[in-house]
Structure formats: structure tokens, C-alpha cells
Design a protein around this ligand. Structure first.
Ligand SMILES: Nc1ncnc2c1ncn2[C@@H]1O[C@H](COP(=O)(O)OP(=O)(O)OP(=O)(O)O)[C@@H](O)[C@H]1O
Ligand SMILES: [Mg+2]
Length: 370
């Protein structure tokens, strides 16, 4: 299968419901063949944005171009109906036809797309096999579990091979293990079909594992668009830094100081070595739990803390440490024998610290005022 040659361009898109602005001046270009994940907290406008792309909501302002076609343009009064947009969508609340079996549900989707009658059985069998649903073709939706129904809804979409896939939390009803398997299947199917995909989820792990790029949304606005690694390592806003990562990123309020011919951040009653100093008097330091290490004995440039709690999680352990009002979460992959209230010393790689402007919440970079 070749890569879909359909890109999606969204410009100044706004959708209001009464006083609620669900989608707020969104600009986004989705490249052909991309797997773009829209990620954000509940109510941030993900479903609404996807429905605008599908033509199921009429935006108030802006423009949407799918491939060569301008499918929506508020100023010119252009709004192409859903059926003519070359997109296939699976909804958050998947709706199967209750009076049709699993097979018939998928076959009906193909008939609607005018697939030649003789090609239908093979295509249905193939997609049922891809999704691990073989043997369930004769069941009615009420005879299937929620997770199985969700996979049939997905199969109905995948069978028709639209050049653009729009998926709204298609794995939300699956149990944890099946969800992992299905992520891998969907990634594979995307690789094989090359269809331009927009995938909505509020699950950051799902976003980071599946996306070629992630668009993080909050309150109707796109906060950052980037490769998963970029979103994780260099969140451009405090909101993104805090939203991405489990457990949460450590945030410390700090004053830059330079003494003893060295650069430091003063945090409460202790100092951390700094790689560079911003011009602001007060900033937020954001530090991922894996960028902090625990030492059992003091060394230069370490800070004494006390063990507050130890949370083992299989191959890794999350250690909560405290010093006065400051609490940090540390991710350790070493097997450390730690007791409650034990004295330990932490060390933080200065280059792993991201700095945020306290007023604007924007990432600051060396050489910029921020
Ligand atoms: N038909 C509607 N009428 C009025 N308000 C709506 C309608 N649809 C959505 N909204 C509002 O628009 C905002 C965005 O909703 P949307 O469903 O797009 O969020 P979401 O990001 O998909 O959330 P979730 O993760 O919970 O599915 C919310 O405040 C919601 O209440
Ligand atoms: Mg939604």
C-alpha cells in the first residue's frame, strides 16, 4: 500500500457552543501519511475539532483543506457534507447497527462505499483477522463485550480504507492488556495503509507510543505540536510539562544566584547547580523524576533529603523525598534498600532542568530573556 497523499490544513478554526468556545483559533497542518494524536484533558475540545474535520460540526470561523479540497471556509460559506470529505471516522461512542451481526455491520460499511459485492467477504475476513476478531462474525452487538463492539466499529472503518482516518478514543473500552495489543495493531495497520490519521485520546501513554506527532490541546487551543520525544523533553509551556509524564514532573520555585564564582538556583533553604542563569528573579524549574538520582552518602553538589515514601512498580521504583516544604519524586531503576525517613542525598543533572517564566508559563532558553 502506498502512503496517502492527503494532507489536512486547518487555519483559524473556531467552534462555539453558545458561550463555550470548544475550539479556539486552531492552526494545524497534518502532513500526508502522518499519525497525529490530539491529546488533552477532558473537555478541551478534541472531539469537537475532529467532528469539524469530519463535517459533523459546522465551525464558526476558519478554513479546512483536505487534500486539494477546501471542505470548509467560513468567509466563502463553503461547507462540504461529511460524505464528500474522503474521511472515515470512528466515534468515542461507537454506534453499531444492533440488528446486524458483526459481519453484516462491516459489510454494510463496505456496501455504502460501493465496494464490488464479490470483494466484500474477503475484505471483512481480513480485517476481522487483523483485529483478532475471527470467529465472532455471526454475533449481534448485544452478544459482544464492550471491547469487542469497539473493535467491530474499528473494523468497519478500517475495511473501507479511507485515505483519512479520524479516530476518537477508539480503544477506550478495552482492558489494559488488549489496549496495548491494539495499539501495536493500529500502528501496524497505519504503517501498512499509510492513511493520514488524526487520533484523539486523553491518555498520554497512548499518544506518546502511537503518534508521529502529538498536538497537545487545552481549553480549545493547541499548546504545542511536536514529535513525542520533543513534547516530553522540551515542553514549551508549563501546562504541557505538567500534563505529560507519569508521575508528574517536579516543579520548584527558584531564584537564580551567582556566588563563589558559580551559578546556582536557590530553592527554599538549599541550592542546586545551574547550567545558566535567566534574567528573571524568580522562575520555575521543571525536572523529570528520572533526571534525579539518589545517593546514600553525601558528595559535592548534592542536597540532603529524607525518604518520605517508596513506591515500587516492577522494574522501577518511585521514591518520594522531602526537605522542609520541598517534595520531589524520583524514578530509580536500581534496586535501592530505602527505609522510611532515611537520610539520602539527591543530585540533579543541571542540563536536564527546564526553566519556565513564572508569569507566562513559557519555556525559557539560554540567551533569551524568556
Ligand atoms: N453539542 C454541544 N453543545 C454544547 N456544548 C458542547 C457540545 N459539544 C461539546 N460541548 C462543549 O465543548 C467543550 C469541548 O468538548 P469536547 O467534547 O470537544 O471535549 P473533549 O476534549 O473531546 O473531551 P473528552 O476527553 O471528555 O471526550 C466542552 O466544554 C463541552 O462541554
Ligand atoms: Mg471527546
Amino acid at each position: 500500500m502506498g502512503v496517502s497523499n492527503i494532507s489536512i490544513k486547518i487555519k483559524g478554526l473556531t467552534k462555539r457552543f453558545g458561550k463555550v468556545t470548544a475550539v479556539d483559533r486552531v492552526d494545524l497542518v497534518i502532513q500526508k501519511g502522518e499519525f497525529l494524536v490530539l491529546l488533552g484533558p477532558s473537555g478541551c475540545g478534541k472531539t469537537t475539532l475532529l467532528r469539524c474535520l469530519a463535517g459533523l460540526e459546522e465551525p464558526n470561523e476558519g478554513k479546512i483543506v483536505i487534500g486539494e479540497n477546501t471542505v470548509f471556509f467560513a468567509r466563502r460559506g463553503i461547507s462540504v457534507p461529511p460524505g464528500q470529505r474522503q474521511v472515515g471516522m470512528v466515534f468515542q461512542s461507537y454506534a453499531l447497527w444492533p440488528h446486524m451481526t458483526a459481519y453484516e455491520n462491516i459489510a454494510f460499511g463496505l456496501k455504502l462505499k460501493k465496494t464490488p459485492r464479490e470483494k466484500i467477504p474477503l475484505r471483512v475476513a481480513q480485517v476481522l483477522r487483523d483485529l483478532g476478531m475471527k470467529g465472532l462474525e455471526d454475533r449481534y452487538p448485544f452478544e459482544l463485550s464492550g471491547g469487542q463492539q469497539q473493535r467491530i466499529a474499528l473494523a468497519r472503518l478500517l475495511a473501507t480504507k479511507p485515505p483519512v482516518f479520524l479516530m476518537d478514543e477508539p480503544l477506550s473500552n478495552l482492558d489494559a492488556r488488549l489496549r496495548l495489543d491494539m495499539r501495536s495493531e493500529l500502528k501496524r495497520l497505519h504503517h501498512d495503509s499509510g492513511a493520514t490519521t488524526v487520533y484523539v485520546t486523553h491518555d498520554q501513554t497512548e499518544a506518546l507510543t502511537m503518534a508521529t506527532r502529538v498536538a497537545v490541546m487545552n481549553e480549545g487551543r493547541i499548546q504545542q505540536v511536536g514529535a513525542p520525544d520533543e513534547i516530553y523533553q522540551k515542553p514549551v509551556k508549563l501546562f504541557v510539562a505538567e500534563f505529560i509524564g507519569m508521575p508528574r514532573i517536579n516543579l520548584l520555585s527558584a531564584h537564580p544566584v551567582s556566588t563563589d564564582q558559580r551559578l546556582w538556583f536557590q530553592v527554599g533553604d538549599f541550592r542546586l547547580p545551574a547550567a545558566w542563569l535567566p534574567s528573571q528573579e524568580e522562575v520555575f524549574l521543571a525536572i523529570r523524576p528520572e533526571d534525579i538520582s539518589i545517593l546514600l552518602h553525601p558528595e559535592p553538589d548534592t542536597v540532603e533529603f529524607k525518604v518520605y515514601g517508596v513506591l515500587p512498580a516492577g522494574p522501577e521504583v518511585f521514591v518520594h523525598v522531602v526537605r522542609g516544604d520541598v517534595r520531589l519524586v524520583v524514578r530509580e531503576t536500581r534496586q535501592l534498600e530505602l527505609a522510611m525517613d532515611q537520610r539520602i542525598w539527591v543530585t540533579i543533572d543541571p542540563s536536564a532542568i527546564n526553566l519556565y517564566n513564572k508569569a507566562s508559563g513559557q519555556l525559557m532558553s539560554n540567551g533569551e530573556a524568556g
